[in-house]
Design a protein around this ligand. Sequence first.
Ligand code: GCU
Length: 340
Amino acid sequence: MNIPTNIPMPDGMTKEEIKEVLLREEYGYLPPKPDKVYAEEVETEEKFCAGKVIRKSLKIHFEAEFGKGSFPVNFTYPKSDKKVPLFVHINFRPDVPDRYQPTEEICDRGYAVMSFCYKDVTDDKNEFESGIAKLIYPNGRKNPTDCGKLGIWAWAAMRCLDYAVTLPQIDSDRISVVGHSRLGKTALLSGMMDERFYCAISNDSGCGGAAIARGNTGETINDIDRQFSYWFCENYKKYIDNEDNMPFDQHWLLVANLPHKVYVASAKEDLWACPPNEYLSCILADKYYRDAGKNGFIHPDRLPETGEVLHEGDIAYHIREGRHYLSREDWNYFIDYLER
Ligand code: GCU
C-alpha cells in the first residue's frame, strides 16, 4: 500500500502535547470535570427483555464549577452474578432498544449499556443555549477556543463513566465508549479525554473523526464547516480548503486514545466517511501504539476487503457491507473484539 509521506506525524510528542494540538486546533477545550456526579433513579423495569435484563431510567446530575445540571440516561444490564462490562453509547435517540442499539442482543452477550440521546445534553444546532450548553456558556457566549458541540457531548459521556465506575454490577476496567457518525467522532474525543475507558469505538465517523483529512475523497473540512461548524472550535476553519497546512491529521486522535484500545469501523457504501482514509488513520497510528508497548494495528499490506475484520492489535478495524448505519453486525464485531 502506498502510504502518503506528507502527513505530519506526532514523533517525540507526549500524549498531552498531541491532545493540546487537537483541542486548540479542532475540537476546542472541554469544560472542567465536575466536583460531584450522582444519579437519580426515575424508573426501574425488573423484567425487561423476557426478564433477562434490568432497565433503569436515570437522571445523571452533576455539580461543576460552572453550575449544576442533569441529563437523562438509560441503563440496561443483564442479570448476572458477576460484574459485567459496559458500553457507554452516545446515541441519536433516547429509545431502548433503538435501531442503533440492539439492547437485547447486547445484553445476551453479557454486556450492559448506558445510553443517552445527544440532543438531551444539548441540541444539534448552531446555538449554545440549549441543555447544559447554557450552563457552560452563560448567555450562549463562548470563546473561539472553547469546545463546540462534539466536546459537550463527549463531556456528558465522561459523566456516564463517572457514575458507571461506582456501580457494583459493572466491571469498571471494561467500560468502552461507542458512537456512530458524528457521535463516532464524539466517542474518539471522549476516549482521548478520558483514560478510564477500555476502548473507544468509532463507527463510520469520517471527517473530523477517524478519517485522515488529507486526500479525503468524501466529506472535506469545507463541507463539514458549511453545515456543522458548531461541532468544532473556530480554529478549525483555518483548514478549510487548506488541509495540507494542518499541523496534525486525524490519526493523532487515535494516538491520543492511548493507553487504551481504539476501534475504527467503516461501511463499504459510506463513501462520505471515506473508508480508505479511516483505515489509513489506523495504519499511521500503529507505530505510536507499538512505541507505547501496545500491540499496534495488525493489518495486511493492502486495502481491506469488504467483510474483513482486523482484531489482532490494540487498534482494531472492520469494514462491512452496506451503508452508513450502526448495525447489529457492527455491535457483534465490537463485542467479538472486546471478548478476545
Ligand atoms: C453528516 C455529516 C457527517 C456526519 C454525519 C452523521 O453527513 O456531514 O460528518 O458524520 O452527518 O452524523 O450522520
